[in-house]
Design a binder for this molecule. Sequence first.
Ligand code: HEC
Ligand code: CU
Length: 388
Amino acid sequence: MLRSSWSARRSQGDGRPIVSSAASHKLWFVPGPVALCGGCLGAALAVLGPSVALADPPRPYWHPGPPWAPLAPATPEMHEISNLFWGMLAISAVVFLFVTIFLILSVVRYTAKPGQVGEPKQVFGNRAVEITWTLIPTFILLVAFIFTVNAIRDINSPKQGKILDIYAIGHQWWWQFDYHSLRVTTADELHVPVGVPIHFHVTSNDVIHSFWSPQLERQIDANPGIDNAVYVEYNRPGVFSGTCYEYCGTEHAFMKYRVVVQSAAQFKAWVAHEHRPPLAGSYQSQSGAKASAVNTALIAAGEKVFSKNTCVDCHTISGVSGGVVGPNLTHLGSRWTVGAGAAPMSEQVLEKWIYDPATYKPGIIMPAYTFLSKHDLHALATYLINLK
Ligand code: HEC
Ligand SMILES: [Cu+2]
């Protein structure tokens, strides 16, 4: 019950699993017929529930993209892959039609007629037929092979020109993105410029993961110690989804990332933003009417709580700590989700996350901080959300 289904988690709204209530245990004490009706209703809900939940609009903090995402390509590379799919589907359709028509024709033509007795004429080893039905499939497969190899060559060839190298590193259960040449490290949210050839270096920190954004680039495994390449060039801005598609542990489903494809100017601004010290954005936005002494004091208190606890061993906040076990939190507040798509970014979520991250992602490496006082938790969350 605790983690019965994706839909149950969705219905909670903020990604927290629904914890079974006392009411469900009381069912045993109510009279038989009522329990039976309740049971039927429950069964109906269990069947209808997921479809009702699926009818919900997408969770605001997560853009899953259209369900047919791989067939809604947004890069030349994905166009080529989906074209290949449609081409193969067309060839298969022709073969299917051809075979079906001949099947029906022969069933009609060669079924025993009334009054027909004995075996029909037996035919063995018709050379012309054997050669024809060897040559036709060979030709079809050859055509498919040529198209496929051609697509593989196009997609897997390193790009020319000034290339941006991005290191995508899978962790249980989040993505680290390093832009060494730009001195930027971030997590779960990838920013990329339009019109610049990109070389992704995909690898893993622990188990085998896989890197895939269905509308943007091919799937590739993230193996520890191996540098797998994905070449891509984006040609239209937008926000797209990405995910791990190779089962890598209990929270595999929440190992999502977001790809923000931006114009060159916007990307430059984002890089500049990433270079700013942790609280620069928040102090800026608080300047003027919004700046309040209370908030500033709370943020300072939160920073102290962060520095005094083991958070520093696992997380980097530029100028504060240098841990690399968990995501870089330097500009956490500017990201849209907490825990690789597990919940929307908000102060309340951060408070609950720090109190016990396993309520969002059971099995997670990050420990619970149930011993922190309410005030400390609040200060810490205020500090973190202000890391803009
Ligand atoms: C043992 C290492 C470890 C410690 C200690 C730790 N964390 Fe984490 N933390 C992680 C890992 C790993 C993740 C990523 C989990 C995931 O998304 O699956 C994470 C995720 C987070 C996130 C979400 C980040 C994001 O990009 O979505 C926040 C916020 C966070 N931790 C804050 C804290 C704070 C505050 C403390 C101290 C009170 C702390 N962590 C202590 C390992 C740790
Ligand atoms: Cu995975």
